[in-house]
Design a binder for this molecule. Sequence first.
Ligand code: HEC
Length: 154
Amino acid sequence: MKKTHLLTSAALALSFTMPAAAQMSIEDQITARQSAYQFMAWNMSKIKAQAIEGDVAFNADQMKAAANAIAAVANSGLGALFSPGSSLDKADDTRLKPEFFEQPEKAREVGMNFGREANKLQAVAAEGDKAALARQFAALGKTCKACHDNFRAK
Ligand code: HEC
């Protein structure tokens, strides 16, 4: 009885901790994460154009939509697209450095910082203040760069 219960809990725990993308091939994980970053960069470029460079007229609704999209990607559980074996020493067509797996504490730290600043971007964009959005864009951009400097090959 007890044994069965333990087994069930173990199976359950596993099903909760196993990332949803565990069944995805390494190749598909790499494609998906690269697309996720491209999609975020596209949305970041809209904010840059409107809130920083001003070559496109500021539109608070568009800024909100862009920030929501970035936050949605940031909160989607991107970590599931980073299986061991998906770094550039083991897989093709990726710039993920093996350090990502060798320095899990650091990887977690940069990932957490990124998530926090992406959520702040969403909150700031909802307020509709251009100057505040420009500041938060810069703060989020620093967390993108921190990860690239540590874990993305040139
Ligand atoms: C947790 C680390 C991390 C964070 C945070 C991060 N990136 Fe990246 N980024 C990477 C890695 C690693 C790659 C390389 C992925 C690969 O080739 O498999 C990458 C690749 C990219 C690419 C190229 C995608 C391609 O087509 O190959 C772009 C563009 C990009 N990131 C933009 C951003 C932007 C913009 C942000 C912030 C809003 C960001 N990244 C946040 C780690 C990160």
